[in-house]
Design a protein around this ligand. Structure first.
Ligand SMILES: Cc1ncc(COP(=O)(O)O)c(C=O)c1O
Length: 388
């Protein structure tokens, strides 16, 4: 493992086997970010608990670098490409990215993105820091029409919680041809399903809280980029603003990422099966899952994604009250917010006042875990029937 990177190339330098591009992504989740293979070295990096380092040296102080962060950064870099910085949360990573923009910058983004991002954007609009153009990201023509004059195209795809899919290859190429920056929130898809930097995006953000850590036990975020100057600005910003992660949380995330491949495989298979069954359920008005052949986003998702993720949203026929009743009735699926853990979770999104007004009030978001699919279905079916 290299020491704390001072430039993007440092973090993936060294030619060690774990950083080898010839390995599949399924292997890299297991092998990247391990200690160098010296006799008696551990196979896992330790949790480095140090607030300061002996001088003179490059590390200097605990807010500037930590070897446990570096290991996770290497692992994510090896999946997304580029180089990575870990942050204290997904929202901290998004805030860092937004704070790089000059005053008055124009962002084109989804009108249905993650509610926390939408709040950040609305606040930036209200203070006059940014101008935001809200679009339907799955309507390629609408996005292309909004691009001229934009500073940044900010894509979240699939969107949370409407599960709309943007034509990322087309939109990223078009934005780049106009010299517009592109950032992607890849939390829902994960790098195993799509790699935005490889499509030409400048920045990829993750809420590592979700699939990458995978066990609903940490809050963390990351930013990856291939641009050395951008990496340096973000690294300086993290030092100065101080949105740094705790080494223990980072170590848990490293432990979690080792099983990302098998977790995603199982969760996505469960999600597809449950989405099919939900489509025929008497309590369900509409299922939103790009893996369903009749979903409006299926064709475009199939054209470039290597999976469809493991979040399903559906609209309850009985309205908001019945949707709340269903979520509160489950015995196995936890009635809780968040997603991406091994355990299934669901909630009606509009129980949060920050949820976008364009999201139906009866929409339930179900994060499908890795439990036995028949047990999940029994719980869903019972809960929905109890809510009618
Ligand atoms: C798509 C997406 N991006 C970012 C975030 C924010 O991440 P965190 O909760 O780690 O700050 C979330 C949280 O739900 C999310 O769903």
């Amino acid at each position: 493992m290299s020491s704390t990177p001072s430039s993007p190339s440092d973090s993936i330098a060294g030619g060690s086997a774990h950083a080898n591009d010839s390995l599949s992504l399924q292997t890299r989740v297991v092998s990247a970010g391990r200690p160098d293979r010296n006799v008696d070295a551990g196979v896992n990096v330790p949790i480095e608990l140090n607030s300061t380092y002996l001088a003179p040296g490059e590390k200097g102080y605990g807010r500037y670098g930590n070897s446990t962060w570096t290991a996770l950064e290497e692992a994510i870099s090896s999946l997304e490409g580029g180089s990575t910085l870990v942050f204290s949360s997904g929202v901290a990573a998004i805030s860092a990215m937004l704070s790089l923009l000059p005053r008055g910058a124009v962002i084109t983004t989804s009108r249905n993105g993650y509610s926390g991002t939408m709040v950040l954007l609305r606040q930036a609009e209200e203070s006059g820091a940014l101008e935001v153009r809200y679009v339907d990201v799955s309507n390629t023509k609408e996005v292309l029409a909004a691009l001229p004059g934009s500073t940044l195209l900010w894509l979240e795809s699939p969107t949370n919680p409407a599960l709309e899919v943007a034509d990322m290859p087309t939109l990223i190429a078009s934005a780049k041809s106009l010299n517009i920056g592109v950032g992607v929130d890849n939390t829902f898809a994960t790098p195993l399903v799509q790699q935005p930097l490889e499509m030409g995006a400048d920045i990829v953000v993750h809420s590592l809280t979700k699939y990458i850590s995978g066990h609903s036990d940490v809050i963390l975020g990351s930013i990856s980029t291939k641009d050395p100057a951008l990496y340096q600005r973000l690294s300086d910003l993290r030092k100065i603003h101080g949105a740094i992660p705790g080494p223990f949380e980072v170590w848990l995330s490293l432990r979690g990422i080792r099983t990302l491949g098998v977790r995603m495989e199982r969760a996505q298979a469960n999600a597809l099966e449950l989405a099919k069954r939900l489509s025929n359920h008497p309590a369900v008005e509409k299922v939103r899952y790009p893996g369903l052949p009749d979903d409006p986003h299926h064709a475009i998702a199939s054209s470039f994604m290597k999976g469809f993720g493991a979040v399903i949203s559906f609209d309850h026929k009985g309205g908001a009250e019945a949707a709340d009743k269903a979520c509160a009735s489950s015995q196995l699926i936890a009635f809780a917010t968040s997603l991406g853990g091994v355990e299934s979770l669901w909630e009606r999104r509009h129980r949060w006042s920050a949820e976008s007004p364009t999201i139906p009030t009866n929409l339930i978001r179900l994060s499908v875990g890795i439990e036995d699919v028949e047990d999940l279905w029994r719980d869903i079916d019972n809960s929905l029937r109890a809510s009618l």
